[in-house]
Design a protein around this ligand. Sequence first.
Ligand code: ADE
Length: 225
Amino acid sequence: MRIDIISVVPGLLESPFAHSIMKRAQDKGLLEVEVHNLRTYTPYKQGQVDDYQFGGGAGMVIMPEPLAILIDKLKEEREYAEIIFMTPDGITFNQPIANRLSLGGNLIIICGHYKGIDQRIRDMYITMELSIGDYVLSGGELAAAVVVDAIGRLIPGVLNDETSALTDSFQDNLLAPPVYTRPAEFRGVKVPAELMSGNHKLIEEWRYQQALERTKERRPDLLED
Ligand code: ADE
């Protein structure tokens, strides 16, 4: 899968994909992440990409031309499943959306800044608007990094058995159960006996019950449907 991210502050995205599982996904050839500096594509002088909003009001708006030029160029090069705009007024990103996008093909992700992007780009090009939560970030870059990370690890072949996404929180509408490692006793507190029993059926049942309890306590909304 190829993901093209469009940003006016590409430096913010230099490191999130250069380590750990995102790096492995790219090394394996399963994921290609390309970050584009929007200023490179502007027809205006001195790399200008934003301007005052018509009608007045504080905050600059990213102009439509540079975005249209870059998106058109990318679309000529390959097909995209979605053109996503990161914005706090989008639909809230979650695991089912991550699952679907991980299987759906190439993506363009546009990071907003200042007051956002010209509405005409949203109307003409954007197929999906995503928020990562009800708070406002200073730009869409960190939100895009969250989305790419969540999608990238789900691409078939990226995770091995040990890190399998099947046991993640939310995959079955349940939060993940507690986990323990060595030592078996830490400051007087022992690892639950079920996990030490060697009985796989008992361990699975214990994990399921713990996941259910944790979900009831912390996220009862997940059990509603
Ligand atoms: N840009 C600014 N805040 C955001 C948010 N919460 N989600 C996605 N993009 C954003």
